[in-house]
Design a protein. Sequence first.
Length: 176
Amino acid sequence: MIEDELSIRPGGPADAPAVAALHAESWRTAYAGIVPPAVLGDGLAAQRAELWELRLEADYGEPAAQPVLLLAESGDGDLLGFGYLVPQPDGRVLLDNLHVRPGRTGAGLGGALLGALRAETARSHPGAPLYLEVLADNHRAIAFYERAGGHRTDSRTTHFPGAGELPEYEYTWTQP
């Protein structure tokens, strides 16, 4: 069940530390057993912090190229999840991150956040397909994306820093 006080709002540079911390926490849970433990070790939090600071302070130029960060928060302002949309030159929109705080999954938060991200894509990029890339061994995420109506549209190999080449899938949602 979705929390009664759940709110979804746009994020910005001030949210980078909280997003980075949740991102690292989520990776440690989702990728355990998929990537080497060293990738998920002590340096992960600092690496994610640097990434989110750069992403959220960058100038992407025209508004159509601007990525969008959406945050899902509890009524008391705790960050429960986030998603990050990145418009692509091919006319699609990449859902570059979708994370729900470990221990809070299975209650509808991911579905609510994905719904908001799809609505934002439809609003800001009418007709653009939304897609994401997921490691092929991330079975829990794949099951969620398939339940949420995503269609596998590609499979390939990706280079995952510190883990080498790993198989991944692409999932796509089209707009009505």
